[in-house]
Structures are given as structure tokens and as C-alpha cells.
Design a protein around this ligand. Structure first.
Ligand SMILES: C[S@@+](CC[C@H](N)C(=O)[O-])C[C@H]1O[C@@H](n2cnc3c(N)ncnc32)[C@H](O)[C@@H]1O
Length: 285
């Protein structure tokens, strides 16, 4: 597969791709995402607003496969549900126009479960049908793949070849302890005086537990509903970015640029995907 990685972020799709193919071009508008991508994958994505990238430029990459995770806010439980009406869907709309004129051989789109049944889902499905391609709408969560993390997501898989849904693994999640840093970062502990008011409603887990809530981009700023917090003998703390990265299945060697703030690290991780689940979605191609 010659892959176009669209909305590439920190390069989750590239990690999941493994030796199934190679990325011929990646696109993301975010400087922080592109710096992280470059550090880990040795290539700098195109820092472009995808709504303005012409068909000829995308065609010139020679890609036959699109892997994409468009912004999920228009389809999120906590978002505005505006779908294609949301200005963050402009790039997706543009890509659907490119797809209409020059469809790739294969595509996998990842998004939140709210994407299913949305106007964007209907538009992509219509494009896939028009090109005589086959489509599978898959739903999966890493908690069934042995990972102690909730991240239910939709994977829309399309191909010119017939597709068949593969069975999902039913592995029991491993304990959180296996994903923790050897050396705790003490600055991640919540200070009783300052943060006490947030303690109520926090999703607390312990090292022996086999679950954690979905970590979202706002984990560094928000408390309730942004991901789990770890309860230890010393108190309650955030998971570190490297712990969240492990829970997503990113490689142990995964790094952030040193200058990147803690908030920016959580934002990139919260936007990314579960690597084992994305790899399973790719197995369908
Ligand atoms: C849901 S995240 C995708 C994350 C990625 N799959 C990963 O593994 O990190 C969406 C990404 O799209 C980028 N993005 C959003 N709108 C964009 C646009 N109009 N043009 C280019 N990139 C955009 C954001 O900067 C963000 O990194």
C-alpha cells in the first residue's frame, strides 16, 4: 500500500501500518503534531490546510490508499453534532470532492462512534458506492484487545476488492500496572488544596485495575470526563504522557519534542488512535 496519511497527528496510522505498506505523504496543519511526527518517523508532514490542497497535488503522491482520522468534534457526544455544517468538516468535504473525481483503491477512516449515521458517513458511503467499491463499518474498542483502556471507535473500511469483517479478539485486559512508568513523575500528583474540588467525580483507577477511561485531548486541562486518574498510596495523580502512549499501544520508543508542553502532549495523545485496533482495521484490506 502506498499510503496518504490525512490529518496525520503524531502518526498513529503510520505506527499501525507496520510492514503492510509505506506512507508516501502525510498532511496535518498542526505544528506540534508535525514536530512530533518528524521526531518519531523521520519525515515532516506537509503543514497544510487540507481544505485547500488540490487534487493534482494529492494525485502526484502516487498514493493508492487513504488513511484518515478527520476532526471528531462535529460528531462527538460532547460536541455540537453539526457534522458537515461544522467548519471543521471543510477539509473532509474537500477530500470527498477529490474522492469523487479520483478515488483511491482503499480507504480507512477512523472516528468517534457518533460518526456512524452522520451526514459525513452518508456522504462517504455514497462516494464509495458510486465508485463500485465495497464498504465495512466496524466498531471496536482496545478493551477487547487486551488493553486496559476504553476507546470505542468506528472504522469505515472501503476497498475495490470485496471485504469481510474479521473476528475481534476477546482478550482480557491486562492490569494498568504493566503500563506505568518505572519512575513516577511526582509533579503529576493533584495538590489537595488546589485540586481538591475536582476530586469529586474523577474516574479513579488503581494499578491492579484492568480498565481506564478514554483519554481525550483536554486531559491536561480538564478533570471530570477527560480520562482516568491513578490512585496510589501517596494520593491521586494524572497518568503521564508516556503512560497514556503505552495505553494507546504506541511503541516504547515513542517520544515528544522536549520543548512541547504537557498540555500539548496530552492533546496529541487524546487525538490519536489505539494502534492495535487500527492495525486490526487495516487487516481487512
Ligand atoms: C483526530 S486528529 C488525528 C490524529 C492522528 N490520527 C494521530 O494518530 O495522531 C486530527 C488531526 O487533524 C489535524 N487537522 C484538523 N483539521 C485540519 C485541516 N483542515 N487540515 C489539516 N490538518 C487538520 C489536526 O491538527 C489533528 O492533528
Amino acid at each position: 500500500m502506498r499510503v496518504l496519511e490525512l490529518f496525520s497527528g503524531l502518526g498513529g496510522w503510520r505506527c499501525a501500518l507496520g510492514d503492510r505498506g509505506g506512507v508516501v505523504a502525510a498532511y496535518d496543519v498542526s505544528e506540534a503534531a508535525n514536530a512530533t511526527y518528524a521526531l518519531n518517523h523521520g519525515e515532516v508532514p506537509e503543514a497544510r490546510e487540507l481544505a485547500t490542497v488540490p487534487l493534482a497535488e494529492l494525485a502526484a503522491t502516487g498514493a493508492d490508499t487513504w488513511l484518515m482520522s478527520p476532526p471528531c468534534q462535529p460528531f462527538c457526544r460532547m460536541g455540537n453534532h453539526q457534522g458537515l455544517e461544522d467548519r471543521r468538516s471543510l477539509a473532509f468535504l474537500h477530500l470527498m470532492e477529490v474522492f469523487r473525481q479520483a478515488a483511491p483503491d482503499r480507504l480507512v477512516l477512523e472516528n468517534v462512534v457518533g460518526f456512524l449515521g452522520s451526514d459525513a458517513h452518508a456522504l462517504l458511503s455514497e462516494r464509495v458506492r458510486t465508485h463500485g467499491m465495497h464498504q465495512l463499518d466496524l466498531q471496536a474498542c482496545p478493551s477487547r484487545f487486551g488493553w486496559p483502556n476504553q476507546r470505542p471507535r468506528v472504522f469505515l473500511v472501503a476497498s475495490r476488492k470485496p471485504l469481510k469483517a474479521l473476528p475481534q479478539p476477546r482478550l482480557p485486559p491486562r492490569p494498568i500496572a504493566e503500563f506505568l512508568d518505572d519512575l513516577e513523575d511526582e509533579t503529576l500528583y493533584l495538590r489537595a488544596s488546589k485540586d481538591a474540588r475536582h476530586h469529586q467525580g474523577l474516574d479513579l483507577v488503581e494499578a491492579g485495575d484492568c480498565r481506564s477511561a478514554c483519554f481525550i485531548g483536554g486531559y491536561g486541562r480538564r478533570f471530570v470526563g477527560s480520562g482516568s486518574f491513578l490512585k496510589t498510596e501517596r494520593g491521586v495523580r494524572r497518568f503521564s504522557p508516556s503512560e497514556v502512549a503505552r495505553l494507546l499501544g504506541l511503541p516504547e520508543a515513542f517520544r515528544f519534542p522536549e520543548a512541547l508542553s504537557l498540555e500539548a502532549r496530552y492533546r496529541l495523545l487524546g487525538n490519536s488512535l489505539s494502534i492495535p485496533v487500527a492495525a486490526w482495521a487495516l487487516d481487512h484490506l
